[in-house]
Design a protein around this ligand. Structure first.
Ligand code: TGC
Ligand code: FAD
Length: 390
């Protein structure tokens, strides 16, 4: 990991501000020091390394763009992206924890919550004292979250919440969960559910071959009494959770570049050192084709993410533009991981190198936050005006 060199074939660093580079380099150093040396062992054990929570908070990974008055880092969208890139260079599961905390828990409380809710939750989430999860997906409603059946009833002085969420990152250890549920009229609202509320449980999902260093589980609500002040008052309808996903998907578009960079960097160094038939395998045309295509695709993905970051900073990025970048960059990364693994031959399947772990992680990344197919259909709808979902 000491030798890591981030490919920057088109001098994209020239487009970054000093602040961007400082934020990026701090995240890179931290990942190199505190994540890369331990992450393989945690992934093998299928355990989230809780000791890195403080470090994540220190590099600004919890609420990078949330204003400082609420404990966030007060950075722009490009800094947010760069932090996600560096974290995912270490591991997609660690980036998941940061994505969920920032874009799926802090973001809705900041955007859709009232001042009391912001004051109560955001500083503790920014410091990592409290960890959050985001419950949208259900056993029978994944790509189609609008069909959700989790629901709540107005009981006068509180709401009564019933239902279940599945595939929830951070659920097994979360202190708070932002949960999307329907009221008696079928309108979707966000509720903040706290760990100690009676009837709330979070069983862990085991036997994953992917994202093993991230804890995934269920959120189960059996007659949970949720105080009325825990309903996020300022936005309702499916557009509310989808707005959070826009922010998380944008971070993933950058994050995937980090995983791809690590695979490329590892494969390039290995290919220059590994001798077969009397010369480095990097000297064979077939290996050069793989490496040359990798750096080309990484460079294209960097430009896509950077431009999207500019649009985000100007509040001009559309949901469809974000879908395109998430879809393209994750596919780019998974393809590079598969090719890079082959360059390492047998060594590529071991935990001595990070590539196979990235490859398996990316199988989740290409599925969550909207599957590869769903993002294609979002582009299809955007360019044709014809809705393939209905
Ligand atoms: P549709 O009728 O198109 O839209 C319903 C309402 O939502 C609005 N809207 C959006 N608003 C903000 N941002 C977006 N991206 C939006 N997309 C749509 C839309 O304007 C409408 O508003 P209104 O006021 O007219 O009601 O909804 P649909 O039911 O046809 O579904 C559309 C579809 C399929 C694109 C959507 O449901 C979808 O994106 N499905 C994928 C589900 C998904 O991504 N789940 C992710 C769960 S969270 C997760 O995976 C976390 S992983 C952990 C980690 O990040 O590391
Ligand atoms: P389905 O929706 O059942 O899809 C199955 C297949 O059908 C896919 O290939 C899909 O592309 C395809 N398909 C579906 N609809 C269509 C269509 N209209 N046209 C063509 N093809 C279609 N969710 C959360 O709410 N919070 C989390 O923190 C979270 N974390 C996750 C962590 C992990 C490790 C994983 C794996 C998932 C996580 N998810 C989370 C859930 C994730 O968002 C869903 O898995 C995803 O949205 C897909 O839903 P599904 O798994 O039910 O697949």
């Amino acid at each position: 990991p000491d030798l890591f060199e981030a490919p920057d074939y088109y001098n994209i660093d020239d487009l970054l501000s000093e602040e961007h580079k400082l934020v990026r380099d701090a995240a890179r150093e931290w990942v190199k020091r505190d994540v890369s040396p331990i992450i393989e062992e945690y992934a093998q054990r299928a355990e989230f390394p809780k000791q890195i929570i403080k470090g994540l908070a220190d590099i600004g990974a919890f609420g990078p763009y949330i204003p400082e008055e609420y404990g966030g880092a007060g950075l722009d969208q490009i800094s947010y992206g760069l932090i996600m890139q560096e974290i995912e260079r270490g591991d997609s599961g660690v980036r998941s924890t940061a994505s969920v905390q920032s874009s799926l828990v802090m973001y809705p409380i900041w955007k859709y919550g009232n001042e009391a809710q912001r004051q109560k939750y955001l500083p503790k989430l920014a410091s990592g004292e409290w960890m959050g999860s985001f419950g949208l997906t259900e056993p029978d409603h994944g790509s189609n979250p609008g069909g959700m059946t989790t629901h709540f009833k107005d009981m006068g002085d509180h709401y009564l919440l019933n239902g279940a969420k599945l595939w929830i990152s951070n659920s097994p250890f979360c202190d708070v969960a932002v949960v999307w549920a329907k009221n008696e009229e079928g309108r979707i609202h966000g509720l903040v559910v706290e760990r100690d509320m009676e009837g709330f449980s979070t069983p862990e999902t085991h036997n994953k071959w992917s994202l093993r260093a991230s804890a995934t589980g269920e959120l189960i609500f059996q007659d949970v009494k949720v105080p009325k002040e825990n309903l996020l008052p300022n936005k309702s309808g499916l557009g509310a959770p989808l707005g959070c996903l826009d922010s998380a998907r944008y971070g993933i578009a950058w994050g995937a570049i980090g995983a791809a960079m690590d695979c490329y960097d590892t494969a390039l160094r290995y290919a220059k050192e590994r001798i077969q038939f009397g010369k480095p395998i990097a000297g064979f045309q077939l290996q050069q084709k793989k490496l040359a295509e990798m750096i080309t695709e990484i460079t294209k993905a960097q430009l896509l993410a950077f431009r999207l970051g500019q649009l985000k900073n100007e509040n001009r990025a559309t949901s469809a533009q974000i879908s395109m970048a998430k879809r393209n960059n994750v596919e780019m990364a998974i393809t590079i991981a598969r090719e890079a693994r082959q360059i390492l031959g047998g060594m590529g399947i071991t935990g001595e190198y990070s590539i196979m772990r990235h490859m398996m992680n990316l199988e989740s990344v290409i599925t969550y936050e909207g599957t590869h197919d769903i993002h294609l259909l979002i582009t299809g709808l955007d360019i044709t005006g014809l809705n393939a979902f209905k």
